[in-house]
Write a protein that binds this ligand. Structure first.
Ligand code: ADP
Length: 401
């Protein structure tokens, strides 16, 4: 007689390892690629241990643990940014990895033993999927609710903006239309399906929520960036100067942004002079400039290196240069890319979801506010270099204590 419970117990480590490798190798589970081994693993060994008990002839079943851990797993995956399809794929891989590992025992077992093992493992995985999706959906709904609240608040500010200024308005309306239509369309579809179908929270339903969320987030970013520009244009941004260590400001940005570069196998090289450790500048605005330029460098580079370099140029000036080995910018576009909503017709061709055409318009305004100037050198197919030259002392700006 084959003891499937013991066989599974002996193979918990092997199954866990094989599953994590399979998840990380799966092209259609992109989110897992940014996670550590432990984060992908989450509570799998505990769930497998509970399956061992379920398979055992002598002990009471342990569905309670599967339920508890899977409920928690759903919240964890939502926080990690998984979409519903990715979760479904993970469970499909788990089923395969478990049965592959147990194959030597399965071929030896009697018909009744094999069918019992299949039935119990399948039902444990089905239970896990259902519970995981339950909390995953709750987390998504909560996020949807928060997004909705934020959109309402920004909508009020947008209304004020519309009253205050007509400039850029047709552009803005055009830009808002696509994500907004998508949000409305998918929410309606989702609500219709939820009301009419007895099968709730299925993968396609959750995929629709994911679309609503990603479009909602894009819309929010678009509106917030527009508001930022309008605040600047209305002269409402006040600088807060403090003695800043430029190298550590760059370090903080790189730490946040590096996973995006890693995803594309790009290297970020930082070459900072130690001389700029007490520069009078607005820390947050400087970080915003570095963030926008570096995330563009990553977005528009397919292979190679992003370099962030600072230099002390003289007693009066210092420079920040962010260069990439990316697609480059055609000379006729070099001035226009600093205009709001302008996006070059580039070789990446595909629609870039994060693109709003506002990042450089914000950079140009912030550089101006910090009394600097920005220069661009670029060659199509070779790369781009954005150099910002700042004064060491700003005229007529109060220093914060
Ligand atoms: P976004 O990147 O959100 O579209 P930006 O204002 O930051 O908006 O950039 C405007 C346009 O300038 C981009 O759409 C892109 O065509 C071009 N661009 C910006 N940075 C780079 C870069 N490092 N390499 C190539 N093209 C760039």
């Amino acid at each position: 007689m084959i003891d499937f419970s013991q066989a599974l117990q002996d193979k918990i480590d092997l199954i866990t390892q094989n599953w994590i490798e399979a998840v990380r190798a799966e092209e259609q589970i992109q989110t897992a690629k940014q996670l550590t081994y432990d984060s992908v693993c989450d509570s799998l060994p505990i769930v497998l241990q509970a399956m061992v008990t379920m398979l055992s002839q002598s002990e009471d079943s342990d569905t309670g643990t599967v339920i508890e851990e899977s409920l928690q797993h759903g919240t964890v995956r939502a926080k990690q940014g998984y979409d519903a399809q990715e979760i479904a794929r993970e469970y499909r891989l788990l089923r395969r990895v478990i049965f592959d590992a147990l194959e030597p025992e399965l071929v030896k077992g009697s018909g009744a033993e094999v069918s019992r093992a299949y039935r119990l493992i399948d039902s444990a995985i089905d239970e896990a999927i259902a519970d995981c999706f339950q909390t995953y959906t709750q987390a998504r709904f909560q996020e949807l609710q928060e997004l909705h609240n934020q959109l309402q608040l920004t909508n009020q500010e947008l209304t004020r903006l519309v009253r205050a200024s007509q400039e850029n308005l047709s552009h803005l309306a055009h830009e808002l239309k696509t994500p907004l239509t998508s949000i409305i369309g998918y929410s309606e579809l989702f609500l219709r399906q939820r009301n009419s179908s007895p099968i709730r929270d299925s993968v396609p339903n959750l995929a629709h929520i994911d679309k609503v969320l990603s479009n909602g987030r894009r819309l929010l970013r678009l509106i917030n960036d527009t508001l930022e520009i309008s605040r600047y244009d209305a002269g409402r941004i006040k600088l807060q100067l403090t003695a800043t260590n430029v190298r550590s400001a760059i370090g903080t940005v790189v730490e946040i942004i590096e996973p995006l570069a890693k995803e594309k196998n790009l290297e970020i090289v930082v070459e900072c002079t130690p001389l700029l450790d007490q520069v009078m500048t607005d820390y947050l605005r400087l970080q915003q400039i570095i963030t926008n330029l570096t995330s563009n460098a990553i977005r528009y580079t397919e292979a190679g290196t992003i370099t962030i370099k600072t230099e002390l140029l003289s007693d009066e000036q210092w420079s920040l240069c962010i260069s990439d080995t990316g697609i480059g910018i055609a000379s006729e576009d070099c001035d226009r890319i600093f205009q709001p909503y302008f996006r070059a017709d580039n070789s990446l061709g595909a629609y870039i979801p994060e693109s709003t055409g506002l990042g450089l318009a914000i950079v140009a305004r912030l550089v101006n506010l910090l009394q600097g100037k920005i220069e661009l050198v670029s060659e199509v197919g070779v790369g781009s270099s954005f150099t910002v030259i700042f004064p060491l002392e700003l005229d007529g700006v109060e220093i914060q204590e």
